[in-house]
Design a protein around this ligand. Structure first.
Ligand SMILES: Cc1ncc(COP(=O)(O)O)c(C=O)c1O
Length: 392
């Protein structure tokens, strides 16, 4: 048995148990079910995306579907678009076009960490950070955020850093809490990482997982740590902005001033190759100039948030308005979040139990539930709360 896979299986156990539960899977297509559980589309894809893909499928030369890597035109399109958006002048040669955020994270981890290294990640985490760190042979080290604010805690990260720390992996806007870290917290982090890098004589790289950086509410200004800390890799997926996660495209963007940039360019490329050709497909790269301009309707998501969260608060749930992402965390009225999720399920509303994302006693909702699901879904939340109140 390959040594790393049993550890990966252990790290993924609760996630896989939840996602592959036949009862849960059967409910996903049940028209009576209001799905607030996952960030999966509950509506047809953007027609503009479909049009761009249809056009990209028409071959214009013999190389149209030849092997694609980090194509020059794709790198330029991305660098020119994200430079002004993020306020960071990324060079096209520092952009790597991946098969989604998964590929971006996996290839970057492979480039900066290996056996003997530690990689710090933040909990509650996205399900796959720990397995992806284990997969490169490094040791995952978690730093927990404190509810209910879930602020980025630079001091707690500082305390977790050792001479073996190769990288810190953060996620803003944050899945599952919906927090968008303020500039001041990121500046604190940059200070802590600079000090640790100087102390240990090696750069502590920052992996900034930002697939939701275009999904922020209330005109909040998103700050990427790449603007504050040069040893930063921005990791992105188009799957969220387009709400089409089966279309696998994303990127790695290395911040200007990255130490050892020349060597890292080669390592990132090898990281892509050896994680199984982690480049975006030819058709997606052909469609990229149009795709880069597209986004789901963030205003509509915000209106949904502004209906759902105040309604939950009014019922007596404890939660907060997310600043970005599709997600919000809600405190479970029962200590056992799995049990409360089952109560909600019986009332037609699907959520993600907090224990699946290392936050027992909470549950996560996703605002990707479509408009038709919102009012019946809220009714489910109301009835579930009444049921457990009556039990008490
Ligand atoms: C925080 C975070 N990072 C990375 C990913 C991976 O994105 P993709 O599946 O588009 O590669 C996700 C997907 O849910 C996510 O929520």
């Amino acid at each position: 048995m390959p040594s790393v896979l049993p550890r990966i299986a252990a790290a993924l156990e609760s996630t896989l148990a939840f996602l592959t539960d036949p009862e849960f899977e059967a409910l996903l297509d049940d028209p009576e079910i209001n799905n607030f559980a996952l960030g999966n589309p509950q509506e047809l894809p953007l027609p503009e995306l479909v049009g761009a893909l249809q056009q990209a499928l028409e071959p214009r030369d013999k190389n149209w579907f030849a092997y694609k890597m980090n194509e020059e035109s794709s790198r330029r399109t991305i660098a020119e678009s994200i430079g002004p958006r993020l306020g960071v002048p990324f060079a096209p040669e520092d952009v790597f076009v991946t098969n989604g955020g998964f590929g971006a994270i996996a290839a970057t981890l492979r480039a900066v960490a290996g056996p003997g290294d530690e990689v710090i990640f933040i909990s509650p985490p996205w399900f796959f950070y720990e397995p992806l760190i284990v997969a490169v042979g490094a040791e995952p080290v978690r730093v927990r955020l404190q509810p209910p604010a879930f602020d980025l805690d630079a001091e707690a990260i500082a305390a977790a850093i050792t001479p073996r720390t190769a990288a810190v992996l953060i996620n803003t806007p944050h899945n599952p809490t919906g927090r968008v870290y303020p500039t001041q917290q990121l500046e604190e982090l940059a200070r802590v990482l600079t000090e640790a890098s100087d102390r240990h004589g090696r750069p502590v790289y920052l992996l900034s997982d930002e697939p939701y950086h275009r999904i922020v509410y209330d005109d909040l200004r998103f700050t990427t740590p790449a603007a504050l800390y040069p040893p930063t890799f921005v990791l992105y997926s188009y799957g969220k902005t387009l709400l089409s996660p089966g279309m696998r495209m994303g990127y790695i963007a290395m911040a200007p001033g990255m130490p050892g940039a020349k060597q890292l360019r080669g390592l990132l490329f090898l990281g892509q190759v050896t994680t199984g050709w982690a480049f975006a497909n030819a058709d997606l790269q052909h469609a990229l100039p149009r795709i880069e301009q597209l986004s789901i309707d963030v205003g509509a998501l915000q209106r949904r948030r502004d209906r759902v969260i105040p309604a939950l608060l009014e019922m007596g749930y404890q939660t907060d308005l997310p600043e970005g992402t599709f997600y919000a965390m809600v405190r479970s009225p029962l200590e056992d979040d799995q049990e409360f999720s089952r109560v909600l399920r019986r009332h037609g509303t699907l959520v993600l139990p907090g224990s699946v994302v290392e936050l027992p006693g909470w549950f996560r909702i996703s605002l990707t539930a479509n408009d038709e699901m919102i009012e019946p879904g809220l009714e489910g939340f109301r009835r579930a709360l009444s049921e457990v109140a009556a039990r008490a």
